[in-house]
Design a protein. Structure first.
Length: 491
């Protein structure tokens, strides 16, 4: 049935299913077991309790005069009206109900678990040491959670929420809220409005939400999200992870080995120069221009992703997510850099596209893939097992340390290839995609080995010149290969 009324007055303790039409009892406390939807529960003298089958997080609470409206946020829960009810039981966790009225109220909890529902005024609610739940109203409320693992919803208004000790979960709600996590590992959502959100001590996860927020981690290893809007995000002490989100954000790591995920329009400041090992992750990158020392620079993003730039400083490591894509001009991209302090930029496994034009690309350490595209390109794989594709034009390919693969595809020009750095390198020349006769110069000034990639592209020694130190190789398609090191042909 819908819109049923259940009354409990003094008498025997009463437990009832809510699909009963009506009940009147003598004067004692009552326990109502909730099963149906859209009910009105009216208590009497004594301590009356409503029992719900789900956790408190499945419901929202608002004050309506002297009544409490309970709205189920999970399908089928319905909406109930509570009048004269002192306690609510959620899956065996009993809360003492503390409700505000229409004025500016001060609500105080006890040593147990309290559930605060403020009214439409500017209310203040003070929790105790238990695991409390707070539901703000339409006004500018002040919620003090106290010790314990608390749950707080600011709802409408410019609210101030102090989570205090414990592992708390806080939702600021609409309005320009101020949230302080304090001690404990907290989960905090600023929600709508220009919020000021601090995780406090502990390892916190903080979301700024919509609009222009200020998000800080303070102590502990925090994960901080600016989300939408022009946000300011501070990591604080320890090793934090900072996400800018949409909008032009300012990200500052402070001390610790911090990790940044940023995009166009953002400004990233790592913290202490050269000593805290910060890392900046980027995607949709077109180019990176470094300042002096290698810990600062400007990033240009691809037009396909919306374009724009990012500036960074005091960042020891830059990692490319996905691919670096050059323009149609003559690009100079260093996806890898090592400064005087030995800090590496671009040490991950990067993918770099030069595009049209005469490009210069340094991929850095890691197992990189570099595509020169059209033009006379200079590609450097550096350390790692890299794959370098020069493309059309007269290209120069530097493999560096590691076992590298050099791909000569259709219409490659007169290319020069520099192989490995150590005697353990085994580099591969892949000409399976080539056609016609072209010239390749293999420059191997240091130790290492070379094999061809396919049987039909085997390279055979033709003759020896320059007292045996330089050898000429020809594969059966007529491609001339010169080299001055040791080469091993595939059997």
């Amino acid at each position: 049935m819908d819109s049923r009324h259940l009354h409990c007055k003094h008498g025997l303790q009463f437990i009832a299913w809510l699909d009963t039409s009506h009940h009147r009892q003598k004067e004692v406390a009552c326990a109502f077991i909730y099963l149906a939807v859209n009910d009105m529960l009216i208590g009497g003298a004594g301590t009356d309790r409503v029992v719900y089958a789900g956790p408190a997080s499945n419901f929202s609470f608002t004050a309506s005069g002297s009544d409490i409206i309970v709205n189920g946020t999970v399908g089928g829960e319905g909406t109930d009206t509570l009048s004269g009810i002192e306690q609510i039981d959620f899956n065996g966790v009993v809360y003492n109900l503390r409700a505000g009225g229409t004025g500016n109220d001060n609500l105080f909890g006890g040593i147990g678990s309290d559930l605060f529902v403020t009214g439409c005024g500017n209310d203040a609610a003070y929790g105790g040491d238990g695991a409390d739940a707070f539901y703000g109203g339409a006004g500018n409320d002040q919620l003090y959670a106290g010790a314990g693992d608390d749950l707080a919803y600011g709802e409408d208004g410019a609210d101030t929420i102090h989570a205090d000790a414990g592992n708390d979960t806080v939702f600021g709600g609409a309005g320009n809220d101020t949230v302080n996590g304090d001690a404990g590992d907290d989960l905090i959502y600023g929600d709508a409005g220009n919020d000021g959100v601090s995780g406090g001590l502990g390892n916190n996860t903080v979301y700024g939400g919509d609009a222009d927020d200020t998000v800080s981690g303070s102590g502990g290893e925090d994960v901080l999200y600016g989300d939408d809007g022009a946000d300011t995000v501070y990591g604080g002490d320890d090793n934090d992870t900072l996400y800018g989100g949409a909008g032009a954000d300012n990200l500052s790591g402070d001390s610790g080995a911090d990790v940044f995920y940023a995009g166009a329009g953002d400004t990233v400041f790592g913290g202490s120069t050269g000593i805290d090992n910060d890392t900046l992750f980027l995607e949709n990158v077109e180019s990176i221009t470094y300042g002096s020392g290698g810990e600062s620079g400007t990033v240009t993003f691809t037009a396909a992703s919306g374009g724009g730039t990012l500036s960074f400083s005091d960042i020891e490591n830059v990692r490319i997510i996905g691919q670096v894509d050059g323009t149609g001009g003559n690009d100079s991209m260093e996806a890898g850099f090592v400064d005087a302090d030995g800090d590496q930029i671009g040490a991950g496994s990067d993918t770099v596209y030069g595009g049209a034009g005469n490009d210069t690309i340094a991929a850095g350490s890691g197992n990189d893939r570099v595509f020169g595209g059209i033009g006379d390109d200079r590609l450097a794989g550096d350390a790692g097992n890299d794959t370098l594709t020069g493309g059309a034009g007269n290209d120069v390919l530097f493999g560096g340390e590691g076992s590298d693969r050099f791909i000569l595809d259709s219409n490659f020009g007169n290319d020069t290839i520099f192989g490995g750095e150590t005697g353990t390198d085994v580099d591969v020349l892949d000409t399976s995609g080539s056609s016609g006769a072209q010239n390749i110069t293999l420059n191997r000034s240091e130790a290492g080995n070379f094999i061809s990639a396919q049987k039909h592209c085997r390279i055979f020694r033709n003759r020896t010149v320059r007292d045996g130190r330089q050898r000429r190789y020809v594969h059966r398609h007529g491609c001339h290969v010169w080299g001055d090191g040791r080469w091993r042909r595939r059997q």
